[in-house]
Design a protein around this ligand. Structure first.
Ligand code: F6R
Length: 257
């Protein structure tokens, strides 16, 4: 595990964009796993700028998003389809046919989930998976529970997630109660994982995930088993993990602030 502790959100976004750009240069037809939410917005803005300047090329990149709210049409302002178009896809030279986001209103949910996993597999899996983390340790919408679910599946959002995401809707009642999310198998099969977190609200989730026991009650804790995990966190999100001496000895830690 490599942990980069940077000063703030801006530096996190810069570092994350640099890592993604390096992978894109290394492999032109990169299979890139993407996340939504406040965390990667700055990273996407940086990538869009790099693309505009001709420093990176999305023309052969294929993307797979982690999740989508169940019941939201692609055009809905809060759908993750809309988020991705707004923050990345409309700003770079990616081919729309190369972008994949789970359908929010699928005709057949089971088949849709199965197809999503098969498509990822057929491309040889994800090369680089970008992840944010929920306050409760969720990744994608893999919420805390009794088991790690391997496949793409329908997930019920926990109260903590409904509360956290209510900020983007008119009220908490409007937040969809379910989502379709990539499962742990596609995430853990990714050749490289890049986990981002910013702000003190994420400090506990980061500490529990990277330093606590590996348990489905803290979904991101499974990432401890991945052998190419890069973590980029800002000073505030790093507050608690930096105190975990054993984890810090195991990881390669780079501080730049
Ligand atoms: C969304 C996703 C979620 C978010 C997490 C953090 O695609 O994968 O796991 O990464 O809920 O959200 P923000 O970044 O808004 O704090």
């Amino acid at each position: 595990m490599e942990i980069y502790v940077v000063k703030d959100y801006k530096e996190m976004s810069k570092k994350a964009a640099k890592i993604i750009a390096e992978e894109m240069k290394r492999k032109k037809d990169l299979v890139l796993g993407l996340a939504t939410g406040s965390t990667p917005e700055g990273t996407y803005a940086k990538l869009a700028k790099m693309c505009e300047k001709g420093k990176i090329d999305f023309s052969n990149v294929v993307t797979f998003n982690l999740d989508e709210y169940l019941g939201l049409e692609d055009e809905h302002e809060q759908s993750y389809h809309h988020f991705m178009d707004k923050h990345l896809f409309s700003k770079v030279n990616i081919k729309p046919k190369n972008t994949n986001v789970p359908a929010g209103c699928p005709k057949n949910i089971e088949k849709t989930c199965e197809k999503y996993d098969k498509k990822i597999e057929s491309l040889g899996g994800i090369d680089l998976q970008l992840l944010g983390i929920g306050n409760n340790g969720h990744i994608g919408f893999n919420e805390p529970g009794d088991v790690f679910i391997p496949e793409t599946h329908v997930a019920k959002l926990t109260e903590a997630t409904l509360d956290a995401n209510a900020r983007l809707f008119k009220s908490k009642d409007e937040v969809p109660k379910e989502s379709i999310t990539m499962g742990m198998k596609s995430i853990m099969n990714a050749k490289k994982i890049l986990l981002l977190a910013s702000g003190s609200g994420k400090a506990n989730a980061i500490c529990m995930s990277l330093s606590g026991p590996i348990t489905p009650w803290v979904p991101a804790s499974i990432l401890q088993l991945h052998n190419d995990l890069i973590v980029v966190i800002d000073e505030e999100a790093a507050q608690q993990i930096l105190e975990q001496k054993k984890t810090m000895q195991r990881a390669r830690v780079y501080k730049s602030y």
